[in-house]
Write a protein that binds this ligand. Structure first.
Ligand SMILES: [Fe+2]
Length: 201
């Protein structure tokens, strides 16, 4: 007798790696630190000890090429999920510079179809994984008496940062970032995408 699981309501964290990441990130990193010089205080949000830019870098010309890529990746993911054609993909993006000791509290992003992160500078693996919490809230009521976690029994999933890597996930998926235990900044771009009909002005 064969017993097979049918996975229903799966949660995807899509991932891609930019081919030209080293040259692309070098130029991007300069622009990021320039922006911090212009606005050293940044904004306080989910980041602990880190610097976060305002969430408007999609309107800054020096980040146009980056933002275009973020949108293109999400458009392809939308296509894979049979999104209607010719939708606008409205992007909101911001920068996180997390120095040693910095982290991001667990949170989610309301009112967007996709959220994601793109890593610009990751110098050491211990600079802080992104972690995702099981979105099946009721499943947290009881832990499984298992000797090791599986995709089904786990409560949290960690993913490694890597320069040039982009993760995309549903905005409702709770996530946070572990403390940066390296000696260098971890620099990343976080973003939200809301897909919808373009307004016919
Ligand atoms: Fe986030």
């Amino acid at each position: 007798m064969e017993i097979v699981p049918n996975f229903i309501f799966p949660t995807a964290v899509w991932s891609t790696l930019f081919d030209d990441r080293s040259t692309f990130n070098a130029a991007l990193l300069e622009r990021i630190y320039d922006l911090r010089v212009q606005n050293p205080k940044g904004v306080a949000n989910t980041n602990i000890k880190g610097w976060q830019s305002p969430n408007n870098i999609q309107s800054l010309p020096q980040f146009e090429d980056l933002c275009l890529r973020l949108v293109q990746v999400c458009q392809r993911i939308g296509e894979s999920q049979y999104f209607e054609p010719d939708l606008g993909f409205n992007l909101q993006a911001w920068i996180n510079i997390n120095p040693p000791g910095a982290s991001n509290k667990i949170h989610y992003h309301a009112n967007c179809h996709f959220s994601g992160i793109y890593y610009v500078s990751v110098k050491a693996p211990e600079c802080g994984n992104i972690f995702f919490r099981d979105p099946r809230v009721a499943s947290r009521m009881l832990t499984y008496p298992a000797t090791r976690p599986t995709d089904f029994t786990t409560e949290e999933v960690r993913m490694k940062p890597e320069a040039g890597r982009m993760y995309v996930f549903p905005g409702w998926l709770e996530h946070g970032v572990e403390e940066n235990e390296s000696d260098d900044d971890r620099v990343s771009i976080a973003f939200n995408i809301l897909a919808g009909r373009k307004s016919s002005a």
